[in-house]
Structures are given as C-alpha cells and as structure tokens.
Ligand binder design. Structure first.
Ligand code: NAG
Ligand code: NAG
Ligand code: NAG
Length: 436
C-alpha cells in the first residue's frame, strides 16, 4: 500500500496560493510560555487512577495509530482529521473570562470550545461558556472573508441573523458544529503574566460529540499551520514562532508535569548544537510536514530513496499529539531488523500487545543511537527517545508500522526544544533538559 502522505504533493501549488493569501497582520509583540499538561498526569482531568501503567501506555499507542490513520484519511482535504492529542492547555475565553481547558493540537487549526445553549454537549469539568454573557463575543457574518476562507465546511445560518456556521469532523467520527465568532482569549503565562488575544476567530460549539464524550476537556486549541490556527492568527505578534519542550516521564512511570510551550521568541534559542530542517509546503497546510531522507541505527544507514513509496518532500508529519513514531510498513520492517541486530539480546512479547520489539530490563547502554536524517538536520535520538517502558519489566521500541501517515511522534521529541518558525518555514531541534 502506498504511503498516503505522499499523495498530497499534487496540491502543493494550491498550498502556495493559500499561503500567499495568509498574512501576518498584528504588530504587537507577544512572547509568553504556558504549561502543557500531559493528559495522563495526576493533575489532568483525563487522569484515570483505575488504569494500570500498561493500560495507559496501550491506550496512548492506540491513539497514535488512530491519529496516523485520520491524519491521512481521504476526507482530510475538507475536515480537520485528528482526534484527541496528548497535552492540554489552560486558557480563558470571553469578557469576563471563563476558564477552560483544551487539547493542544499541532494537527488541527480551529480553536473551539463547548458553548451554551447546548444542542448536544459532552460532560466537561469546568463551566460551559455562555457567549450571551460575554461582551467581546461577536459572531462572524456569512459574507465575511473568514467565513469563506475556512478549510473545513461552513454554511450560512439564516435562522440566526446570517451567522457563519462551522462543521469540523475528526477522523474518528467525533465532531463539533457551531458558530464561528471573534472573541478575546487569554493565557496565564508561566511568568504569571496575562496574555490577551483580542478578536481571535474561534468556534463556539453547540453540538459536539464523539470520543470527546466521557473526557473532560472542553475542546481543541488549534496549533496547526493553517490559516485558522492560533499560531497563524497571532502571526507577526509572535514572529510566526513557537516552540515546545516535552519532559520525559515514561522512564520513571511517574508523571512530571513540566512540559512547556513558548510563543514568540521565548525559549527559542538558536545557536550551538541546533539542527534545522525546512518545513515542506504540502496540503493540507494544517500539518507540519518535514522531509526525512533516511534513518541510521548506530553507523548503519537506511536510505529512504531505496524504499520508493516513502521517499519525497514532506514524507513525514511532526506532531506533538502522537506518542509513537510511525513509518510505512516497508520502512518499519527494515528499521526494526536493524535495531534488533544491533541489540543482540533475547526479545520478549509486549504486555500491551501493541509494539513489536521489546526486551526485558534492557540496560540503556545497549540501545544504539538512532539518527533521523532530516534534510539539513541529523537528529541524534537517545535511548529515551526510541525505547519506552510498557510495564515494570519491559522496554519496547517506540516506533511502529502504520498504513496511515508517517509521523515523527512525541516520545522521539522529548528533551528537545522543538522550535517552529513559520515565517522562515523551518523547524529546529536543540537537545535540552525539559524537566528543568
Ligand atoms: C480509535 O478509533 C476507533 C474508531 O475509529 C475508536 O472506536 C477507538 O476508541 C479509538 N481508540 C482510541 C484509543 O482512541
Ligand atoms: C540504496 O541505493 C543506493 C544508490 O541509490 C545504493 O548505493 C545503496 O547500496 C542502496 N542501499 C541499500 C540498502 O539497498
Ligand atoms: C490494548 O488496546 C487494544 C485496543 O483498545 C485492545 O484491543 C487490547 O486488548 C489492549 N491490550 C491489552 C493487553 O490490554
């Protein structure tokens, strides 16, 4: 089966057109940092104390597979195609501000929250936002430019003063339907400084359902590369830049909520030991596509050029909301056999039943350095980036095969400051102790 990611290349010209329409509009400077709350940490509303460590890991692996499938579903040309991510962000919406919690999602664009009145809302921990009580809430009119510019379906709600209605559907059949509006959102930054973003286009969801049900978040914070994402809307006020630093917690099996996301230049430190690779322009603009030329295990290199389906510009999506790193089956099989022959220890079955190459209490120095050869950036991954505990006595290779899109996942990104520069269209990596 062909790797679906490469199929988008036909749309490249279209994307270039879209990008030229999108402009950096605001001039003020916004430099701030926010905590990213891991969904499985005890201070997350998703935290389920009844699950064992193995069950939690298993669920996270299955979310990865689901996400990979949805990131390349045929319908992703019209809908946002991701489901739940792995990190949550606190923000507040409206005037006076109502506190809320959304999934920070680098794989989708529209920021939306549940809104009163609910035709259909899932249970959420915090108060549901009531736009009628906010003095800064302003629905978009059907004739507005933004209503027509959406890369997800919109329609005109004639029953409601011709306001612009949106309909986002996720790959797992979750959906949110509601009104597009401009509203003030605020972030309480790590430095206790409040950041206020006026007239941000958001979705006010009156009809929301799917895998969100039973969860306790109240929507999505869209951090993708498309026009409607928070990143694009903040535009020049953050210099088109954001970065995150994800702290590893898998190794201790206790969850340290130290991860951060930085907007603007804050936390983004080019210089020594930074490797940089270009963002590929591909459709849909929502996803951050990189080009991976090959992978080395120790000194042995697998060149993707020889594995035709998976080679080409923008052949992998970098995503903070996917746990595993996923490759097309033809690449994964070769890579796994290279890792297996480098380790030379007896393998065990994965207690989660989801991963393919596991060892019993492997010592770290037995794990080879794996280098990702992105164009212009050789990224050396340490043991904690490539192996993950799945029980008290098993460590598994955190890469897997998927028939969906190829994804550079978040275990592989732990302890790197990952900087996105949308203005200069590049992504940088700097080895960093993210728990500090
Ligand atoms: C994966 O998606 C399927 C539907 O496509 C859903 O039933 C299942 O709950 C999802 N699994 C996870 C872990 O999100
Ligand atoms: C990959 O292709 C190059 C030439 O394009 C060749 O030199 C190399 O030996 C090939 N590697 C493998 C593993 O087949
Ligand atoms: C892992 O998750 C999958 C999908 O939810 C489930 O079918 C499987 O039984 C789980 N494995 C274990 C060992 O619980």
């Amino acid at each position: 089966m062909a790797n679906c990611v490469t199929n988008y290349s036909f749309f490249t010209v279209f994307v270039i057109l879209l990008s030229s329409i999108f402009q950096f509009t605001k001039a003020m400077n916004n430099v701030f940092s926010i905590d990213l709350i891991h969904r499985d940490s005890p201070n997350s509303p998703f935290y389920d104390p009844s699950l064992s460590f193995t069950e939690r890991m298993n669920n996270s692996f299955h979310r990865s597979f689901n996400r990979s499938i949805s990131l390349c579903s045929p319908s992703s040309s019209v809908v946002v195609a991701s489901n739940n991510g792995e990190y949550l962000m606190r923000y507040s919406i409206g005037t006076p501000p109502v506190h809320t919690l959304g999934v920070a999602d680098t794989g989708s664009d529209l920021t939306w929250t549940q809104c009163l009145p609910c035709k259909n809302c899932f249970k959420q921990q915090s108060r549901i936002f009531n736009p009628k009580k906010s003095s800064t809430y302003k629905p978009l009119h059907c004739s507005s430019e933004m209503c027509h510019a959406a890369n997800f379906p919109t329609s005109c709600n004639r029953m409601k003063k011709k306001t612009c209605r949106y309909h986002v559907r996720y790959g797992d059949n979750s959906y949110s339907i509601g009104d597009l509006a401009t509203e003030t959102i605020r972030f309480g930054s790590s430095k206790n400084k409040r950041v206020k973003l006026k007239k941000t286009v958001i979705g006010c969801g009156h009809n929301n359902a799917g895998t969100f049900s039973g969860d306790k978040e109240s929507g999505i914070v869209g951090l993708g590369g498309g026009k409607f994402s928070l990143i694009s809307q903040m535009g020049s006020s953050i210099g088109g830049k954001f970065s995150y630093c994800l702290a590893p917690f898998y190794q201790q099996k206790t969850y340290i909520p130290k991860s951060k996301i930085h907007f603007g230049t804050d936390g983004f430190a080019p210089g020594d030991k930074v490797v940089t690779t270009p963002l590929a322009r591909k459709f849909p603009a929502t996803y951050y596509f990189l080009t991976l030329e090959g992978v080395s295990v120790g000194k042995e290199r697998l060149d993707f050029q020889n594995v035709s389906f998976s080679y080409g510009e923008g052949n992998i999506i970098i995503d903070s909301g996917t746990v595993l790193t996923l490759f097309s089956p033809e690449i994964y099989v070769k890579l796994e056999s290279m890792v297996k022959s480098a380790i030379k220890l007896p393998t065990v079955a994965d207690p989660t039943g989801s991963l393919n190459l596991c060892y019993k209490s492997i010592s770290i120095d037995k794990i080879p350095i794996i280098t990702m050869h992105f164009i212009g950036a050789d990224l050396r991954l340490g043991p904690w980036n490539t192996f993950v505990a799945t029980s008290d006595s098993s460590m598994c290779f955190a890469f897997a095969a998927s028939y969906g899109g190829q994804i550079f996942g978040n275990i592989a990104q732990m302890n790197f400051l990952v900087g996105y520069d949308l203005k200069n269209k590049r992504v940088s990596f700097k080895a960093t102790d993210c728990s500090k």
